[in-house]
Design a binder for this molecule. Structure first.
Ligand SMILES: C[S@@+](CC[C@H](N)C(=O)[O-])C[C@H]1O[C@@H](n2cnc3c(N)ncnc32)[C@H](O)[C@@H]1O
Length: 248
């Protein structure tokens, strides 16, 4: 036993995992899992880009009641949503409210947005997002500067200019009410076009009854290529007052 442990200590981590799987699951299940594991290693976002966007076991630890925990949007889903929007990125600032570890900010950097801003309440997630933005080198990256703000989205002061706001079920009603009030102030200050992309829209009733916005798209998107993985419910809203422009 001692000799085996000694050998295991110097074993390649991949081989060690293989041996562990053989002991736990047996030959048949271990061999059946190989194609899935190889596919995962080839397609895993963090492995390919040297980033850290993975969900952590801590879940919603330390988050106030009105805040939802971190979970990342898949690249396949994000690009699917953006490509369907008929908006010229060059005329929009992209804002991810509840940006977590910043995966969506990295993906948004593939499009020539005027600015890309992430607002995240959790300081640790926000710092990771900033580190990811420095590390992420993708041949399709078009925007160098990604701004990360560690702040409550409900207190975010929206910048001037057209806005594309992305939300992946980041918070409950108490925060959403404040976000909408701030948006109204910003729109009154400077009329412009605002698009809101809302994934897993648990607070859609607040947008639906807001005189500011009209829902212009409501559909289920595949989250992974070939339709594997669960579908994502995504709504798109466009401002119906204060300066809707027909150009963007
Ligand atoms: C489901 S994750 C989405 C992450 C990212 N937008 C994505 O799609 O990959 C929601 C994030 O919202 C953050 N959040 C929750 N309430 C917030 C608030 N009031 N202000 C800013 N961020 C908040 C959470 O910490 C979490 O990281």
């Amino acid at each position: 036993m001692k000799a085996l442990e000694g050998k295991g200590a110097h074993m390649h981590p991949g081989l060690a995992r293989f041996r562990e799987s053989l002991c736990e699951k047996g030959w048949r299940r271990t061999l059946a899992l190989i194609p899935r594991n190889v596919l995962h290693r080839l397609t895993d976002f963090d492995r390919r880009h040297g980033t850290d966007t993975a969900v952590e076991a801590t879940g919603r630890a330390g988050l106030p009641e009105a805040h939802e925990p971190y979970e990342a949007t898949s690249a396949y889903l994000f690009h699917g949503i953006i490509r369907r929007l008929s908006a010229d990125p060059r005329t929009f600032t992209f804002v991810d409210l509840g940006s977590g570890k910043g995966k969506v900010l990295l993906l948004a950097a593939h499009y020539p947005f005027r600015r890309i801003i992430g607002v995240e309440y959790d300081a640790r997630l926000s710092a990771t997002a900033a580190a990811n933005a420095r590390r992420y080198r993708h041949p399709r990256r078009r925007v160098d500067r990604v701004e990360t703000r560690c702040a409550d989205a409900g207190a975010f002061d929206f910048p001037d200019g057209n806005l594309l706001i992305y939300m992946f079920n980041p918070f409950k009603a108490a925060v959403m009410v404040r976000v909408l009030a701030n948006l109204e102030t910003a729109l009154r200050r400077t009329p412009r076009t605002v698009l809101v992309v809302y994934r897993n829209p648990t607070q859609r009733h607040l947008l639906d009854r807001s005189p500011l916005f009209t829902c212009v798209d409501d559909r289920a998107y595949p989250t992974r290529r070939f339709g594997t993985g669960p579908a994502a419910h995504v709504l798109v809203y466009r401002n119906s007052c204060y300066g809707v422009s027909s150009r963007s």
